[in-house]
Design a protein around this ligand. Structure first.
Ligand SMILES: [Zn+2]
Length: 248
């Protein structure tokens, strides 16, 4: 039975050139699934919807099944998020989030609807915030999205034995976070300076609105933690992270 035309609200994660005038658009659907679809003629100046399919935009798209990929036939812009494409820091932060989501969902893994909502809020925060905050918002998004996938670092208890911790003395990426003194002696292999731990905690438990009041976060170190965490626990490497880190 032929599949029918369908409608999806999506975030635009990536645009790839296809042939003379077409693009393949990588989208994140609201349920956290990745959709790759062809947008025909979008690179022609007179394209009906080329400008609406920019990175970070939230769009309602109408799709119909094509031979291998589905084809986009209509686009309605819900939110352009164009402030996320202005300036190196903001564009760099948005690019990190897009690349992360694109790779996270590449093999058909769905992230669930909370990641879509989280990302909408993150893009809004990047748009409204300062250049200095943009990198922090990207780091917060990575840590929160991974926590939503069940990869939340242990902070208030030992990641190995579960003993409650008043103060974190050891933090190890590969072991899953904070460690008590006993476990740290045996296990630590990728230790992190514990000064960053309260910042990781702040990123995880604060809303983006609350984070908007934070002016001077250690952005580069937070991005280091996000990068190491996804490398260790998701085997993901992002091409866009070194550039963003170089700005802080
Ligand atoms: Zn322990």
């Amino acid at each position: 039975m032929a599949r029918k035309t369908y409608k999806e609200r999506c975030l635009v994660l990536r645009k790839t050139k296809l042939g003379e005038a077409d693009s393949i658009i990588t989208l994140l659907a609201r349920d956290g699934r990745q959709i790759r679809a062809v947008a025909k003629g979008v690179r022609k100046p007179a394209s009906r919807f080329g400008a609406r399919l920019e990175l970070c935009s939230v769009v309602d798209v109408l799709l119909y099944p094509g031979r291998s990929l589905d084809v986009i036939s209509e686009v309605r812009c819900v939110s352009t998020n164009d402030a996320c494409r202005t300036g190196l820091e903001k564009a760099g932060a948005a690019e990190v989030i897009c690349e992360f989501l694109e790779k996270l969902t590449r093999d058909g893994a769905a992230t669930g609807d909370r990641v879509f909502a989280l990302t909408e809020v993150a893009f809004a925060a990047i748009g409204r915030g300062t250049e200095l905050q943009a990198g922090m918002f990207a780091a917060a998004h990575l840590l929160k999205a991974m926590a939503m996938q069940g990869l939340r670092p242990a902070i208030h208890e030992c990641a190995l034995c579960g003993a409650p911790l008043d103060k974190v003395g050891f933090f190890d990426i590969s072991m899953g976070g904070a460690l008590c003194a006993d476990c740290a002696g045996e296990a630590a292999s990728s230790p992190v300076d514990v000064a960053i731990v309260p910042w990781i905690d702040l990123m995880l438990r604060s809303t983006f609105d609350e984070l908007s009041r934070v002016e001077q976060a250690p952005v580069r170190k937070l991005l280091d933690v996000g990068e190491s965490w996804m490398r260790e626990h998701l085997s993901l490497n992002l091409k866009s992270i070194p550039f963003l880190k170089s700005l802080y």
